[in-house]
Design a binder for this molecule. Structure first.
Ligand code: NAI
Ligand code: 0TF
Length: 263
């Protein structure tokens, strides 16, 4: 059976620099820190112009227009010295290493990785994305409670939920996949969120590939919604109605988390 994948499209990545700047100001408003400071606090690292080789990969659904160019823009934005290889795949990997890459970034349809060739560290986009969006949510300055709602407990949501539990939050979790929900309850001690009996939250972390996953009943005025999920979890109408502090961006925040984690 084919595994369902939520792949980026070139239109998700249009104007990536502007999307990053907007995300940075949203993160600053929520946490008082910009994205790089959140990464530094999470991993205790800072870049010093490390050379990052970005290798386009043709397998599966093939090259996504704008993907490598976006990684180039993102890694430069965070203080890395990046380049995209002319050749894709194995030839591109060879080219990256021969041209002095210290960190290689590349993705097929299942795995998007960062590999630091100097220290051997390797990072996967899904857990790194979950952890940084959860970390941003957890740093909400105006927070008045330790309760967090996590919606979507898959490859991004589960590591984010684990991070919040580890930080001492009381985590309520919801996923329509009963097996995943039970695994999260038993392994992390997450409290199953009852859709029939909702409560309001100041902090919500969402990681699903679906729109409108956040019911109105859980939103409190000025709550933070930190979500890597594409499409967005909340309508513009609800966002405005509750003045929701929305942190969302298609590629850069997760990539920053990966890069800082391998330094
Ligand atoms: P996944 O398929 O592993 O997990 C998604 C989970 O959402 C599943 O367990 C599914 O049952 C659950 N779900 C579906 N509908 C739901 C609903 N209405 N309410 C609650 N849960 C629901 O997917 P993965 O890898 O965790 O990715 C999640 C999303 O994050 C995707 O849209 C993906 O494209 C996006 N993503 C974004 C990144 C970024 O940098 N912005 C990075 C990585 C992923
Ligand atoms: O689309 C995805 C992931 C990306 C996570 C960040 N949002 N959902 N992965 C597929 C990437 C494929 C890239 C392609 N092989 C290329 O252009 O090199």
């Amino acid at each position: 059976m084919a595994i369902k994948m939520a792949l980026l499209t070139p239109s998700d990545l249009i104007n990536i620099n502007k999307q990053l700047q907007e995300a940075d100001s949203a993160v600053r408003k929520v946490t008082g820190l910009d994205i790089k400071d959140v990464c530094k606090a999470l991993y205790g690292t800072s870049p010093s112009s490390e050379k990052v080789g970005i290798v386009p990969v043709t397998s599966g659904n093939g090259i996504i227009g704008n993907f490598s160019a976006s990684l180039h823009a993102i890694s430069q934005y965070f203080g890395f010295d990046s380049f995209v290889t002319d050749m894709p795949d194995v030839s591109g990997y060879y080219e990256a290493v021969r041209n002095g890459a210290e960190v290689v970034l590349m993705a097929d349809d299942h795995t998007y990785l960062a590999h630091n060739l100097k220290n051997g560290k390797i990072a996967n986009n899904q857990p790194c994305t979950g952890i940084i969006y959860a970390e941003i949510a957890s740093r909400y300055l105006k927070v008045d409670s330790k309760d967090v709602l996590v919606v979507g407990l898959g490859k991004v949501g589960f590591p984010g939920a684990a991070h919040l539990v580890q930080k001492g939050f009381r985590v309520y979790g919801y996923d329509p996949d009963e097996t995943l929900l039970q695994k999260t309850i038993s392994s992390l001690g997450v409290i199953p969120f009852d859709l029939e009996n909702p409560k309001k939250f100041s902090i919500i972390f969402e990681a699903t590939p679906c729109a409108n996953t956040i019911p109105e009943a859980v939103l409190s005025e000025n709550c933070v919604l930190s979500t890597p999920g594409i499409p967005c979890a909340i309508s513009e109408e609800l966002r405005k109605k509750y003045d929701v502090q929305l942190v969302t961006e298609p590629l850069g925040i997760g990539t920053a988390s990966m890069l800082y984690s391998v330094l």
